[in-house]
Design a protein around this ligand. Structure first.
Ligand SMILES: Nc1ncnc2c1ncn2[C@@H]1O[C@H](COP(=O)(O)OP(=O)(O)OP(=O)(O)O)[C@@H](O)[C@H]1O
Ligand SMILES: [Mg+2]
Length: 371
């Protein structure tokens, strides 16, 4: 187990800057999750830590040791790839044991560890099969098992659950969390899955365009996103962002009036005509009767009942602004009867909880409020 320290790591491929000036310190035993849109540099960061990629500049430490010139096999890290590769001629048992055999670990220890790992990943019945006799999800779990069995100093996991079906994914995610709580190996985990990021991470690192946008606990990055990019990336669906123009005591939002909250009025200095980007989470929107004011007029595009809650996607009238709202069944709406009968094409009014409004600089995307 060891901390991992990246100092100003940069990787340029030909003319493409894959990652730019990445500095991170992941304390020993913590579980950090990297998220960001496709191509933002997540895999490049993991591959650089693993030694499969050489940084163009910057320093990498594992523990206290500078790793820049240490070859991959001597770094004592285990990586599970986006496109995991098993040894096709070996059985599941041999695949899981492989890293241990390479290290000449005692046979009885290997056997015991393979069994423990296989049981915890639901592979106990498959130990004598070859990879081609396994489903994609089973293969992925073998790849994970192979990494876990080695008990390295650092785990690098690149979307390790992406091939699993929903149920297995939930189960394996819980297994991983428990495993980490038990053995506490420093873990860096890449995912596109919001639930994985929020539930597994001690800290989330949000990346965009090869740069770090924000580092924080899941709760912190969700409730206090540093900028528009982070706000509109995290959450399922993410924060709604739409333009507002200050008209004195409130904003014009495509022809609707939205009043300022008292806090915004006290903290922000605004000029008449100034445009901003406003942000609000889907769970802070309710639907209301048309004659309630203030509210935003909208037309329903899609209704998605999800059981406990209903997701509605609406377009603000006279604009191309799309807004997502999550309606908790019967609780969060000012008119609970409404959420039972909403259909696409319906006109309705959205009531925004203005205490929950975010304000972003429309040019830089930086958060202006809360500040
Ligand atoms: N070997 C390479 N040669 C040239 N460009 C590369 C190479 N590897 C990665 N890149 C570029 O570097 C950038 C970052 O790639 P990377 O694979 O790290 O993204 P990612 O965040 O893992 O994306 P995804 O979510 O799609 O897996 C991309 O623009 C990619 O095209
Ligand atoms: Mg990747």
């Amino acid at each position: 187990m060891a901390r991992v320290l990246l100092e100003n790591i940069k990787r340029i491929f030909n003319n493409v800057t894959a990652i730019e000036d990445i500095s991170l310190e992941i304390p020993d035993s913590e579980f950090w999750v990297l998220v960001g849109p496709s191509g933002c540099g997540k895999s490049t960061i993991l591959r650089t830590i693993a030694g499969l990629e050489t940084a163009t500049s910057g320093n990498l430490y594992i523990g206290d040791k500078l790793m820049n010139d240490v070859p991959a096999r001597k770094r004592d890290v285990a990586m599970v790839f986006q496109n995991y590769a098993l040894y096709p001629h070996m059985t599941v048992r041999e695949n899981i044991a492989f890293g241990l055999q390479m290290r000449q670990v005692d046979r009885s220890i290997i056997q015991a560890r393979v069994m423990t790992v296989a049981q915890s990943l639901g592979l106990g019945q498959l130990l004598d099969r070859k990879p081609k006799q396994l489903s994609g999800g089973q293969q992925q779990r073998v790849a994970l098992g192979r990494a876990i069995a080695r008990q390295p100093q650092v785990f690098l996991l690149d979307e390790p659950l992406s091939n699993l079906d929903a149920q297995l994914r939930d189960d394996t995610r819980a297994e991983l969390k428990e495993l980490h709580q038990n053995i506490g190996i420093t873990t860096i985990y890449v995912t596109h899955d919001q639930t994985e990021a929020m539930t597994l991470a001690d800290k989330i690192v949000v990346l965009d365009g090869g740069k770090i946008q924000q580092i924080g606990t899941p709760h912190h990055v969700y409730t206090q996103p540093a900028n528009r990019m982070v706000a509109s990336f995290l959450g399922n669906p993410p924060m709604n962002i739409f333009p507002g123009k200050y008209v004195g005591e409130g904003w014009d939002v495509v022809g609707n009036f939205l009043p300022l909250s008292q806090e915004i009025e006290q903290q922000l200095t605004l000029e008449i005509g100034q445009t901003v980007d406003l942000g609000i989470r889907p769970e802070h929107i309710t639907i209301t009767n048309a004659d309630d004011s203030p509210a935003l007029s909208a037309e329903v595009k899609v209704v998605e009942p999800l059981g406990r809650e209903t997701l509605i996607r609406v377009g603000l009238l006279n604009s191309n602004v799309i807004v997502n709202a999550i309606l908790q069944q019967g609780t969060a709406n000012t008119n609970p009867a409404l959420d039972q009968s909403i259909c696409s094409g319906d006109r309705l009014s959205l009531k925004l909880d203005i205490e929950q409004l975010f304000v972003f600089n429309p040019n830089t995307g930086d958060r202006m409020f809360p500040n």
